[in-house]
Design a protein around this ligand. Structure first.
Ligand code: 13P
Ligand code: ZN
Length: 276
């Protein structure tokens, strides 16, 4: 089967279009990786070309050795992904050490994988360990309201978790483990990949202060849904705090505990602190 006919590829294109429609991808902002399942690779293997040279990933992801990923290109605009996917996207194969990659499909105009590939692959490895290889998607977007919040609140996991939970009742059910946050760093390299991967041990969502959000998940819907829920909650936070610095009422710690019981989720206790 051609890559263009595969369901994982069509689902990837749909999600990229959805993110673009949300306004999260100005210019080349954001990037996106799907880890192909063995049956995906089997399905499209006749359409993959071997023979292009190996390149260094810049980090080592031994557990992902020999695996294949559909990944967005550096400098490519999400707006163009659906208009010219073979130029904007590529499938890469990792070598048997998890240190090098080669392009086996796509990047037809000579492109390369996103500059955030180290973070994508390190997060993928950490989330794979945490989920028994079930995690398949890593998605990075520049969500306006969440970025705005990182100028106003202390950059602490428990503070962002609590504020986001309070803004929308469903949030603690969608991300009961909370969100992690990485202080401002230069993007695109090993250092930010390591800092993000540390947070990814615990969280499916990691915020980059003054930059954006990384979400992970087992499929396209749950990953996109997580990004959407967090950004919507952030939008409510910004709206409320634009009107007044004081809230008249909110969800109580007791309320969160009740919710956890009813929905059978384990909430991150660190976020259930008493507020002054
Ligand atoms: P790329 O164009 O390399 O994917 O970078 C965009 C981005 O969002 C960097 O964080
Ligand atoms: Zn970015």
């Amino acid at each position: 089967m051609r890559v263009a006919e595969a369901k994982f590829y069509q689902d990837y294109l749909d999600m990229a279009a959805h993110g673009e429609k949300m306004g999260w991808h100005e210019r080349n902002g954001g990037n996106f990786t799907y880890w192909l399942k063995p049956e995906d690779v089997e399905m499209v293997k006749d359409d993959l070309q071997v023979g292009r040279q190996w390149n260094s990933i810049g980090i080592m992801v031994r557990q992902l050795a020999g695996q294949y990923f559909l990944i967005s290109g550096t400098g490519k605009y999400f707006y163009n992904i659906n208009r010219d996917p073979e130029d904007c996207l590529g499938i890469i194969e990792l070598d048997d050490k998890g240190e090098n990659y080669r392009i086996v499909w796509g990047f037809s105009g000579g492109g390369r994988p996103t500059s955030e590939m180290p973070t994508h692959l390190m997060n993928m490895e950490v989330r794979a360990r945490a989920t028994g290889d079930k995690n398949r998607v890593i998605y990075h977007a520049h969500c306006t309201n969440l970025i705005a919040m990182t100028f106003l609140l202390p950059l602490k996991d428990e503070v962002f978790t609590r504020e986001l939970w309070e803004m929308m009742t469903e949030c603690p059910v969608v991300f009961p483990e909370g969100v992690g946050i990485v202080e401002w760093m230069v993007p695109g390299g090993r250092e930010i990949a390591v800092a993000t991967a540390q947070k990814a041990e615990k969280y499916n969502a990691v915020i980059w202060a003054h930059h954006g959000l990384f979400c992970s998940g087992e499929d396209f819907d749950s990953t996109f849904g997580l990004m959407h829920a967090i950004e919507k909650s952030a939008e409510i936070w910004i709206k409320v705090h634009s009107v007044s610095s004081q809230m008249r009422q909110t969800i109580s710690v007791d309320g969160f505990r009740q919710l956890a019981r009813e929905f059978n989720v384990q909430l991150n206790e660190q976020a259930l602190y008493e507020k002054e």
